[in-house]
Design a protein around this ligand. Sequence first.
Ligand SMILES: NC(=O)c1ccc[n+]([C@@H]2O[C@H](COP(=O)([O-])OP(=O)(O)OC[C@H]3O[C@@H](n4cnc5c(N)ncnc54)[C@H](OP(=O)(O)O)[C@@H]3O)[C@@H](O)[C@H]2O)c1
Length: 264
Amino acid sequence: MGSTEVNLDQVAYFLITGASRGIGQRMAIETTRKFKPGSIVVLLARSASGLESTRKEILDSNPHISVVTSSVDLNNASKLLLEDIIEKSLAKTPVTNFQLAAIIHNVGTIGNVERKAIDMSDRQEWEEYFATNLFTVGVLNSCFLNKFRECAKKLVVNITSKACAVPFKSMGYYCAGKAAREMYFKVLADEESDLVVLNYSPGPVDTDMTVDIQGRSNAEEIRNYFQGLRETTTMLTTQQTTAKFLSILEAGQFKSGDHVDYYD
Ligand SMILES: NC(=O)c1ccc[n+]([C@@H]2O[C@H](COP(=O)([O-])OP(=O)(O)OC[C@H]3O[C@@H](n4cnc5c(N)ncnc54)[C@H](OP(=O)(O)O)[C@@H]3O)[C@@H](O)[C@H]2O)c1
């Protein structure tokens, strides 16, 4: 088994989804700080203005790399579109130029938390949820890894959650989606011994997503849980969880495919 330690002080090709705000935005900014000139960073999400502010912050701290943004709805992005985004971002640079090819699957939505599991009978709602949170993730991952087959070091990160293993009331879509998504990445890690695959669970973080759950969940205990974390300021910041994520990557104290939590 190869080392899972990841050196970020290299010429890297780096793609991250959900980079317009929240955890993805912070991870994009912090992960790219050490990249060497010649590196290419690709930021995906729907909000062009959010992506642009992430791009600016990255370039403020590392002006010698290229940052490409692509405003895309990952709910319905086709394989062709995703391949095209990667191809165009490369601008004819051979993939063997990169010492590291890394992808962070950070995109995530909470789903309809006003619905209890017993009422999840709307097939379209299921399909829409899984399209963004699982199907496009798998398709993009496959496009990425096939393109970078010849790159020496490849890192795949899935932003997962404790909810992939523990049920939370009102979060039926989210828990089911995170469970399926993590298992896909575990199979990938088992099959491809040359990859470093990390399932990183960021802990409860102060973002739009947790504001949304706190406001809309049909379960009082869930609303109170997030309210309690906010009131006691024990909810994590995007900076805290990103710092932990980077320390895990740089130490490499995990086995490819492992689930590693902020609190581990
Ligand atoms: N916050 C937490 O406590 C927590 C805990 C455990 C795990 N996580 C996981 O961490 C990840 C990030 O969560 P977060 O809290 O930072 O959420 P967030 O603030 O709601 O950000 C979600 C990101 O995903 C993008 N996104 C959503 N739908 C999209 C779509 N259809 N197409 C393209 N991009 C889309 C959003 O960008 P646009 O709206 O611009 O498209 C945004 O950049 C998620 O996978 C989440 O499940 C979060």
